[in-house]
Design a protein around this ligand. Structure first.
Ligand SMILES: [Zn+2]
Length: 90
């Protein structure tokens, strides 16, 4: 069984092929979504993990808290985001 994939930058689920980012050669990225990664480069190369967490909290609020309350969502992201590929080294 294949594990569900998430963007290794922003945490967005990569459920559909069209959600995937693209490599420089046009193939689809196995790691990142199209909002974060296009043509082999990050769309926001200077973004930090804090920026991504803030964006996700905003998304959560604007969409009726699908990730739980602000506190729950933030706690989840603070334990999860440091394990994502883009932030693991930082
Ligand atoms: Zn992403």
């Amino acid at each position: 069984m294949e594990e569900r994939k998430f963007c290794q930058c922003c945490g967005m689920p990569l459920d559909k092929p069209e959600d995937a980012g693209t490599e420089a050669d046009g193939s689809s990225s196995g790691d990142y979504c199209r909002y974060c990664y296009q043509n082999g480069a990050f769309t926001a190369p200077d973004a930090t993990m804090e920026d991504e967490i803030a964006l996700n909290l905003k998304f959560n609020e604007e969409n009726g808290f699908p990730l739980g309350t602000r506190e729950e969502a933030e706690r989840m992201m603070r334990s999860w985001f440091p394990t994502l590929k883009r932030w693991r080294e930082a």
